[in-house]
Ligand binder design. Structure first.
Ligand code: C2E
Ligand code: MG
Ligand code: MG
Ligand code: MG
Length: 274
């Protein structure tokens, strides 16, 4: 009886909760409308091998495509979506779209950003795997990017989600590496496949010996722990040259390609087959 009562009352409470936000915030109302109107869509940034010549994967980066075709960057709506409990819905839309858009890109990996709130929820891994199965997308081509803040508190729920994703063949990347704290202890407790060196370090590798030393240390630690390293935000040839000499495995940045629409990646792959 309690279960039945809950099944009747829960949806009502949830609707009221949404309604409460509905009347209190115009921004949330706009966001919800955009989600429902299908205005949330990913674009894709190439991830290159160390040489910078071959695309080995893409990172899906969400944009709010407004009716006038303008693209709103995630910094302007992700925090709001997280606060309003709408990030999981956006995450699902991005995942579904990315699976369909990238289906024919042969062996390219597809990296998806996941907010702490998503991976801290118990059904997350199962939900993601169900979507991949439904869309017939091979889990081995997917990379889930999480940030250090998702690991705070050493939450057993997060451990379980990561373990379930990895068991299914999905790779886990630690995004913005170096910007959080306690990273070293988390590296021992969680198993990651990749570390993504934050752009703030990449920025300095050709001008600051500190940044260069941090990148070198990150690479040797990653090698010892069996992880690959991706450098984010590579903009200059000098940076690329240093990163290659430091042993960084994969490169991502405007030097190789900005985030772009699926059709542009398709054209690029056709012009330069692997
Ligand atoms: P991120 O995951 O660290 O993504 C890398 C960001 O750096 C992207 O910004 C990308 O456009 C930018 N970037 C890449 N190379 C360069 C470069 O050479 N120079 C410069 N100046 N920037 C470069 P973007 O697309 O604005 O995304 C910002 C953040 O929003 C992402 O950072 C990620 O944390 C979050 N995000 C993006 N898409 C999603 C999503 O679908 N879900 C969630 N939860 N978060 C997302
Ligand atoms: Mg990322
Ligand atoms: Mg990043
Ligand atoms: Mg970053």
């Amino acid at each position: 009886a309690a279960g039945l009562r809950r099944s009747i009352i829960d949806p009502v409470i949830r609707r009221l909760a949404v309604f409460g936000r509905y009347v209190t915030s115009k921004e949330v109302r706009d966001l919800l409308r955009a989600i429902e109107a299908g205005e949330m869509t990913p674009i894709y940034q190439p991830i290159m091998d160390a040489s910078g010549r071959r695309i080995v994967g893409v990172e899906a980066l969400v944009r709010w495509q407004r009716a006038d075709a303008s693209l709103v960057p995630p910094a302007q709506f992700i925090p709001l979506a997280e606060g309003a409990g709408l990030i999981a819905r956006i995450g699902e839309l991005v995942l579904r779209r990315a699976c369909l858009d990238t289906r024919d890109w042969a062996a390219l990996t597809v990296a998806i950003n996941v907010s702490p709130m998503q991976i801290q929820s118990e059904g997350f891994a199962a939900g993601m795997l169900a979507i991949l199965a439904e869309l017939d997308f091979p889990p081995a081509r997917l990379v889930v990017e999480i940030t250090e803040s998702a690991l705070l508190g050493d939450d057993p729920v997060v451990h379980r989600q990561i373990a379930a994703l990895r068991a299914a063949g999905i790779a886990i990347a630690l995004d913005d590496f170096g910007t959080g704290f306690a990273s070293l202890s988390y590296l021992r407790r969680f198993r990651f496949d990749e570390l993504k060196i934050d752009k703030s370090f990449t920025d300095g590798v050709d001008s600051s010996t500190d940044a260069a030393a941090i990148v070198e240390a990150t690479v040797s630690m990653a090698l010892a722990l069996g992880m690959k390293v991706v450098a984010e935000g590579v903009e200059r040839v000098e940076q690329h040259r240093f990163l290659v000499s430091a042993g960084v495995h994969y490169m991502q940045g405007y030097l190789f390609g900005r985030p772009q629409r699926a059709a542009e990646i398709t054209a690029r792959l056709a012009a330069h087959p692997a």
